[in-house]
Write a protein that binds this ligand. Structure first.
Ligand SMILES: [Ca+2]
Ligand SMILES: [Ca+2]
Length: 739
């Protein structure tokens, strides 16, 4: 039962996004300028009549007033739904009248983002109220180790908190991922077959068959009109169950979570949903063939999805398969919107409607060809942007908010709306101030994390991405809503980049023990080794065992044959006629807390570098400078004195160095972008990579022409050979503490 559009949107040939409440959406190579209210209102009026939404609840949090009964919560989670929703304008042909009607009553957050662009980590984050970089759940979690974590998950999830505070908690369909629903909720209606009926067997597919011999995990996809009736779809059965629960008497306020699975793969829904989108009328996203030419190499590798359809195949025969794929996704979206409508209609027919908070969201977005991919698993807009609507019982006039919000904000928001005590562990913010005034002061940017140490930040205007190797991307949504032009190398945007760098997470938790699924591509395969996924998270590979140089090699990768030796439990560089060369660890280290002892000969010069990586032909990194200070001209601490962050930060002038023939103790702590140098128990350098001070010093240093110097969050440790005798011993390396 879809209403025809009241009028055709105006077609405007412009590359610019129109400000105010008008938004532009794309259709092939043209821009369509849509006033969402012209578009939504006729539908809204119709549904408002059907739903008979009447509200008598006080304007603010009902439960804050002890006389009023605590509000119920209807929590609607949709799986893999991107912004192809009428009220978000992500695709001009999206048909989502029921979601649009809800948006026309409550607050629609138009700049909402997931904290992780895949199901498990996103849900672990929003349900625990904590960021992936805080819990270490970067990958799909397993069913054993997530509930075993009583610190951060077991007993702490959003519905568990509601249950503890007097609510009846119920759920159906997919809400959690890797955390049993019957632990999270008091009553669970089931999954009714998960991702739905399949045509038969593991290998029978309609359109797309992945190469199952590839050694990677990750969902695959396919698209078709299947099965033959809605009743066979898990989402239809989940809606039935929810409708049944809404019809029952509830002695306590309820928290009802309904988790719909479509448009999650496979894109199968009955034919009637496909019929709404005739194939010859389907508009496919515009995909510049050279779009990936201006992103860093790591971006292409990280975002590879070998088991998903590839762009060339999708675009063959005049985009035939891409068109079918887009059609199927739109069909799935309208199907799930219909199920949302059934549940909302059922709620509206009960007395509880007057006192129920409704939230609707998706766990992450989805690419349908943009950036050359059909997939989630990404740090770009299509994968991170999600629908998020919050509707209080008293809300009747829809509004929009463009502040950067995240699913992380749902937990504190619902506590606030239901008058439950705030929870210290929540890392998001209550959206209630924005519900009252969408222009309220708000955070600068919200973050999405994909794999450890890769973060995207989205502000009102920009998207910034930084990868673990230090590479960056920057997109200006004011002029470039499709993120086609990477501005990270643009000199005019340096202050914007700096602001984002400072807003990056200050800590990247090690992988949670629950993250045991396999890699989705070759980059993740290597990354899991680098990050020691699956090994004891407390341990790092030793730097030196006191006996051999087995963990070391020359910086060109060759084994150590000269110069460096192990003598009396110390690594010793003997002075030779010719230099032997710098040596580096075989392992790369991310965050660490490294202690070691050293001494140097009279007049000597050496150093320990870390975060070492190749910049062109040079291997460079931050350096803890080690030198016989007395032999220098003035003997005062400076940019090249002992303990300095060489060429960048001079040490505390009060530092104490032992006499030449005695060992000194040094310590280097690297925690995300924060670096500390200690000497003989005293903190002598404290620096933050990428902050204004850092950038200023870098610009006037000898590294000014080394793009991205030290922004990499992984690198080898190096001992330098500057032709001087030097000794190192008693290395210990551990994970740094959080603070
Ligand atoms: Ca999902
Ligand atoms: Ca591009």
């Amino acid at each position: 039962m879809f209403l025809p559009r009241s009028q055709d949107p105006k077609v405007v040939r412009t590359g610019k996004r129109i400000g105010g409440k008008n938004r532009s959406i794309y259709a092939g190579s043209i821009w369509i300028n849509v006033n969402p209210w012209e578009y939504i209102m006729p539908r809204y009026l119709f549904f408002a009549t059907v739903l008979l939404i009447v509200s008598f609840a006080p304007h603010d949090s009902a439960a804050a007033d002890s006389a009023a009964p605590a509000p119920n919560v209807l929590f609607i989670a949709i799986d893999d739904l991107n912004d192809w929703v009428g009220c978000l304008g992500g695709h001009p042909q999206a048909k989502t009248p029921n979601i649009d009607a809800l948006a026309a009553r409550g607050m629609s957050f138009t700049n909402a983002h997931c904290q992780a662009p895949i199901c498990g980590p996103s849900r672990a984050s929003l349900l625990s109220g904590r960021y992936p970089h805080s819990t270490g759940v970067y990958e799909q979690p397993d069913k054993k180790n997530l509930p075993a974590d009583t610190q951060r998950f077991r007993g702490h999830l959003l519905p568990e908190y509601f249950a503890k505070h007097g609510y009846e908690t119920l759920a159906v369909g997919k809400i959690t991922h890797g955390y049993p629903h019957d632990i999270a909720f008091q009553k669970y209606g089931g999954k009714f077959g998960g991702s739905g009926p399949k045509p038969g067997g593991k290998t029978v597919r309609f359109q797309y068959s992945p190469d199952l011999s590839l050694p990677f995990t990750g969902t695959q996809t396919d698209w078709a009109a299947f099965p033959d009736s809605d009743e066979k779809m898990p989402d239809h059965q989940a809606a039935d169950w929810a409708i049944d629960q809404l019809g029952k008497q509830h002695d306590k306020p309820f928290f009802l979570a309904v988790g719909f699975v479509r448009p999650h793969v496979p894109f199968y829904v009955p034919q009637k949903w496909f019929d709404l989108f005739p194939l010859d009328e389907i508009q496919i996203p515009e995909i510049p063939q050279d779009d990936l030419d201006d992103v860093p190499e790591i971006a292409r590798k990280l975002h590879e999805m070998p088991r998903y359809p590839q762009l060339d195949w999708l675009r063959a025969n005049d985009n035939d398969q891409l068109r079918r794929c887009v059609q199927a996704y739109l069909a799935c979206t309208t199907f799930v919107d219909h199920q949302v409508g059934r549940v909302l209609k059922a709620l509206a027919s009960t007395a509880a409607a007057d006192n129920t908070v409704i939230v609707l969201f998706s766990d992450h977005g989805y690419h349908l060809g943009e950036k050359h991919r059909v997939s989630k698993h990404g740090l770009w807009e299509e994968a991170t942007r999600v629908p998020l609507i919050v509707c209080r019982p008293s809300d009747s006039r829809g509004d929009q908010c463009a502040k950067p919000v995240g699913l992380i904000d749902l937990y504190p928001t619902l506590l606030s709306l239901c008058g439950l005590p705030a929870r210290d562990a929540n890392e998001g913010h209550s959206l209630v101030p924005l519900l009252d005034d969408p222009d309220s002061d708000w955070r600068f940017a919200t973050s999405t994390t994909y794999g450890r140490m890769n973060h995207a930040l989205r502000s009102e205007r920009y998207r910034f991405i930084r990868y673990e190797d230090g590479a960056e991307e920057l997109y200006d949504h004011r002029d470039d809503p499709h993120e086609w032009t990477n501005l990270a190398a643009d000199r005019d945007h340096q202050s914007t980049l700096q602001r984002f760098r400072e807003a990056l997470p200050k800590f990247d938790a090690v992988h949670h023990p629950a993250t045991t699924t396999g890699p989705v591509n070759a980059w993740f395969e290597e990354s899991f080794v680098r990050h020691r996924v699956g090994s004891d998270p407390g341990e790092l590979p030793a730097v030196f065992d006191g006996k051999s140089l087995d963990n070391w090699m020359f910086s060109d990768g060759k084994p150590i044959t000269k110069g460096w030796k192990v003598v009396d439990g110390a690594i010793r560089l003997e002075r030779g006629k010719k230099r032997a060369g710098h040596i580096v660890t075989r392992h790369e280290y991310g965050d660490f807390d490294l202690s070691f002892e050293w001494k140097i000969a009279k007049g000597g010069n050496s150093g320990l570098k870390y975060r070492v990586r190749n910049y062109g032909r040079k291997a460079l990194g931050c350096e803890f400078q080690i030198i016989d200070d007395k032999s220098r001209s003035n003997g005062k601490p400076g940019l090249g004195s002992t303990g300095s962050l060489y060429a960048l930060f001079e040490p505390d002038p009060e530092r104490q160095i032992n006499p030449l023939d005695e060992f000194n103790t040094s310590r280097i702590v690297v925690r995300a972008d924060h670096i500390e140098h200690w000497l003989n128990g005293r903190l002598i350098v404290s620096a933050t990579v990428g902050n204004p001070e850092w950038d200023k010093r870098l610009a006037s240093s000898k590294f000014s022409d080394v793009p991205g110097f030290a922004r990499n969050r992984f690198g080898r440790i190096m001992l330098t050979d500057h032709g001087s005798e030097v000794w190192y011993r008693n290395f210990t390396i551990t994970r740094p503490s959080r603070e």
